[in-house]
Ligand binder design. Sequence first.
Ligand code: 13P
Length: 252
Amino acid sequence: MTNRRPIVAGNWKMNGLRGSKAEIEALIAALSARPANACDVVIAPPFTLVADFSSTCASSPVEIAGQDCSALAPGAHTGDVAASMLADAGATAVIVGHSERRQDHRETDEDVNAKALAAYEAGLTTIICVGETEPERDRGATLDVVNGQLAGSLPDSADSSNTVVAYEPVWAIGTGRTPTADDVAKVHATMRETLVARFGDEVGNGFRLLYGGSVKPANAAELMGVADVDGALVGGASLKAVDFDGIIDAYR
Ligand code: 13P
């Protein structure tokens, strides 16, 4: 029996100014007012806030992540941020392969795989995102798409100490729509089988599998209660401490 500690991670996307630190301080205050969480808590602010938020969170249960990293070592790559720079700024984790990166920047599974390797090299916990679009879902291709992304995006050296997988159906992101608990269960069970088939029992069962897409305080307990769901990757509802704390409540 594998004991997987859940993670509730917030992805701020392209939101947040220096003044948004008040939300981080409010989150830390809310967490410290309660008994220790039964989950890890991660916030991924934009790059501009990683160093400042990392200092603010230094002696708190909140860890800071990047939202992306370059696959390349530091050098002449204007506008890119190396994984080692995120680690230097105090991040302990990074999200790679988010559907918005796959769509807006045409990132492929190969790109995501290379970014994950760079993140491992920098010692960052790497949250690798997968998920089908609405047309893919409508033609019944969800499991094939997710399996294909897992196969291509996860390096062979992935294991539960360096990698977390987030299933985010693209049509559920920012739409207020979510799959049914049964649909989530089906995808997560398939991901688990696929990971066990590739990495073996011990490693495959060790990966934490997050669900993301319109997670809110009102639906968190149901979604987090699904078998093989080991936490959430939250967008909009992570921007306000009170909402994010309400989602963490699923693990209190
Ligand atoms: P929402 O929670 O806003 O739907 O976003 C989910 C997401 O994309 C997190 O990475």
